[in-house]
Design a protein around this ligand. Structure first.
Ligand code: RUB
Length: 313
């Protein structure tokens, strides 16, 4: 039996009620914890099978943010015991540990990223990234004054979430449509974005439009800083796999009403794109900041040469 919270969480992730790579990872770990808590399995094998089924359900929601399978893997690999009670306790502890690590990693990453931001700097953001905002928050805590140009981020307008958070911290915000980014790059000192996945060659997978922004930033001489805790490192890319880019519903781009007006056109709606490493100046993680080409060393240390799929049937 799947715990109701697993189904709700899976739906929330798929519908983007819960979104952003780190937040998705946290929700997935919490859902596994709920599964462990609510399970009425009589036998250890049944408990484990239910947990794997819950992980599969969560895994199949959105394909691009590697923090999701990394979170599931972390919890499932720590499940141990010969009785249902022991398995339950170890799952709950693993999920709690995972959440603590996530929080600590974001704090540590924020402190490191803040060192790149000087008093009086202006950043340009794309989408909404809690890792990127952790750098701003730490800089503000250090007493620095920061301003922001926030890209709206079509089609889902996650820029609104970023703007709201920055305003709560009293950061002056200028909101621009995505197409205005190049014009405003002359006014900013950094492009600061997050990541859904980072590949072994240092390519950054993030919200669609990140790569266009990074190319324009390079042309204008504005450094591009990617804030991404090591949970965003995609271990499968060590063995040559590519990161799947999620294609979302076309109604996010063209509503049924608009389509009736426009007529019969094909719509493509990729949610993410890939920024090649040569356009990225630094990847800021909780373990330090790295040129993109060197994250592969970090990835090998963290994940070895391959990964398991502990949720497989
Ligand atoms: C969110 C997005 C964010 C990363 C990093 O896309 O691209 O930049 O997930 O976020 P979506 P965080 O809105 O489609 O989920 O730093 O919070 O993990």
């Amino acid at each position: 039996m799947l715990a109701p919270e697993v189904e709700t969480t899976a739906e929330d992730i798929a519908e983007m009620e819960v979104r952003g790579a780190a937040t998705i990872a946290r929700a997935a770990a919490e859902a596994l914890e709920a599964q462990a808590r609510d399970s009425d399995a009589d036998a250890p094998a049944q408990f484990r099978e239910e947990l794997r089924a819950a992980a599969r359900r969560l895994r199949n929601t959105r394909p691009t943010a590697v923090s999701l399978p990394n979170a599931l893997r972390y919890v499932l690999n720590e499940v141990e015991g010969d009785t249902v009670a022991a398995l339950r306790a170890s799952t709950i502890e693993a999920a709690e540990r995972f959440r603590d690590q996530l929080d600590r990693a974001q704090d540590d990453l924020g402190a490191i990223g803040a060192n790149r931001l000087r008093d009086g700097d202006t950043i340009m953001t794309h989408c909404h990234s809690t890792d990127a905002l952790a750098c701003v928050e730490a800089a503000l805590d250090d007493g620095k004054e920061i301003e922001a140009v926030v890209k709206e981020t079509r089609p889902r307008k996650q820029g609104h979430i970023t703007a709201k958070q920055l305003r709560e911290w009293d950061v002056p915000v200028t909101m621009v449509v995505d197409n205005a980014a190049r014009r405003y790059l002359d006014d900013v000192d950094h492009v600061l974005v997050g990541a859904d996945s980072i590949a072994a060659d240092g390519s950054v997978v993030n919200k669609i439009g990140t790569s266009m922004l990074a190319v324009s930033a390079r042309e204008r001489g504005v450094p591009v800083m990617v804030a991404a805790q090591t949970l965003k490192l995609h271990p499968d890319t060590l063995t040559g796999h590519t990161v799947e880019i999620e294609m979302r519903d076309e109604t996010e781009v063209l509503s049924d009403e608009e389509r009736a007006e426009v007529g019969d056109v094909d719509v493509e709606n990729p949610a993410f794109d890939v920024t090649p490493p040569r356009y990225v100046d630094a990847i800021v993680t909780e373990r330090g900041q790295f040129p993109p080409e060197s994250v592969v060393t970090l990835m090998r240390e963290q994940y070895g040469e391959g990964t398991s799929e502990p949720w497989a049937e």
